[in-house]
Design a protein around this ligand. Structure first.
Ligand SMILES: Cc1ncc(COP(=O)(O)O)c(C=O)c1O
Length: 386
């Protein structure tokens, strides 16, 4: 069985579980306690924070632990919105439901949520930049690496433009950080969200990177003990923080304009797989062919007559043949619903049901490609015969 669904979640990276077990053993206490047990836990927590901050070229205080990207996104958007009067919130039309859901909630409290349209590759249309960043825009949130079709957005261009206009910008970098750690110090964004489990860390922890200038303006979602500098109350999970730090420690640092080739050569592996699969003319790449997540391949599949094949059915056949992939994003692949991402890229409805996502991780090697391609063809034939 080959696991090709890294964008949904990834297994723990080597040594992560061991670090977590050691931490649970030795630093299990409440990090707010003043006795020696508590101090040990607090030291482990802050060491994990420092380690992550160092990898991202950030300040210790700029790393806020949350339960995952979904919570970080809500803290960023609702936290910012609470400190200003309602205006326009711009998000792209290809956001993860965590962003569109947070935005929808804000629209109920007077925010005008405007979606930045994308082209057929899933890339935001930069010709709308001046219009979308004009008043009354007060917050922008843009996914950096899109999880369903893999397109990397021109975040740096938009972020520079936001900075010039004094508009805070948040990015959902959940799928980016699994491949490469950009330097936060040089990134023109104000808030950044991610989840550990996409990076080979444990589930149940994520981070929100915050600039000092926006930190005091952020209103917490949860009140209570005032942990995480008052931004996220609740007793911290030292074990999960240590696990996240151990996973991120194994990810390479990368200039933010070179993400498409980051990830220890995983893009070469993905390209080799893509080229071999595309010898079958019933398959077509979806999303940006160049500016895309290095481990991500999104395909539209049709039959001999050019009729779209059901992605969900193909996923089941591939599973039976030994390949674990997903149709669309993991969040939507369990449901028989239309893909708003593919719809906003202008794909006809029938084709939208024919997409599958293959996402690789460091556990896949070049020598696996023969087996993967052979299983893929077997699964496709079985779907077509059923
Ligand atoms: C781009 C993106 N943002 C946010 C999330 C939500 O992450 P989590 O479920 O870990 O909170 C995901 C998960 O698939 C994602 O791909």
């Amino acid at each position: 069985m080959f696991y090709l669904d890294a964008c949904a979640t990834a297994p723990l990276r080597p040594g992560v579980l061991q670090r977590m077990v050691e931490t649970q053993d030795q630093a299990w206490a409440n990090p707010s306690s003043l006795h020696q047990f508590g101090l040990k836990a607090s030291e482990a927590l802050e060491r994990a924070r420092s380690q992550i901050a160092a990898k991202l070229s950030a300040e210790h205080r700029e790393v806020v632990f949350t339960s995952g990207a979904t919570e970080s996104i809500h803290l960023a958007l609702h936290g910012l919105a609470a400190s200003r009067s309602p205006g326009r919130l711009v998000i792209s039309s290809v956001e993860h439901p965590a962003v569109s859901g947070a935005a929808r909630l804000l629209s109920k409290s007077g925010w005008d949520v405007t979606e930045w349209p994308v082209d057929q590759l899933g890339r935001i249309r930069l010709e709308h930049l001046d219009q979308l960043l004009a008043p009354p825009t007060k917050i922008v949130s843009l996914v950096w690496g899109q999880g369903e079709v893999g397109t990397i957005q021109p975040l740096l261009t938009v972020a520079e433009a936001c900075r010039t206009r004094g508009i805070p910008i948040h990015t959902d970098a959940t799928q980016i950080l699994s491949q490469a750690l950009p330097s936060w110090k040089h990134l023109p964004v104000d808030l950044l969200s991610s989840s550990a489990h996409k990076c080979g860390g444990p589930r149940g922890i994520g981070l929100l990177m915050t600039r000092e200038s926006y930190r005091s303006a952020l209103k917490p979602l949860l009140s209570g003990g005032g942990q995480e500098g008052g931004l996220r109350s609740g007793t911290e999970s030292v074990v999960l923080a240590v696990g996240m730090a151990a996973a991120l420690d194994q990810i390479e640092c990368c200039p933010p304009d070179d993400l498409a080739r980051s990830g220890h050569g995983i893009a070469d592996l993905r390209d080799a797989l893509r080229d071999r699969l595309l010898r079958d003319q019933r398959l077509m790449v979806c999303g940006d062919p160049q500016d895309r997540l290095p481990h991500h391949l999104s395909l539209l599949v049709s039959d001999h007559n050019g009729q779209p094949v059901s992605g969900r059915q193909l996923v089941r056949s591939l599973d039976a043949c030994g390949l674990a992939v997903s149709s669309g994003s993991a969040c939507s692949s369990g449901k028989d619903s239309d893909s708003p991402v593919l719809a906003s890229m202008g794909l006809p409805q029938m084709m939208r049901r024919s997409s599958i996502r293959i996402s690789l991780g460091p556990w896949i090697e070049h020598k696996d490609l023969d087996g993967i391609v052979q299983r893929f063809h077997q699964g496709l034939e079985e779907t077509l015969c059923s």
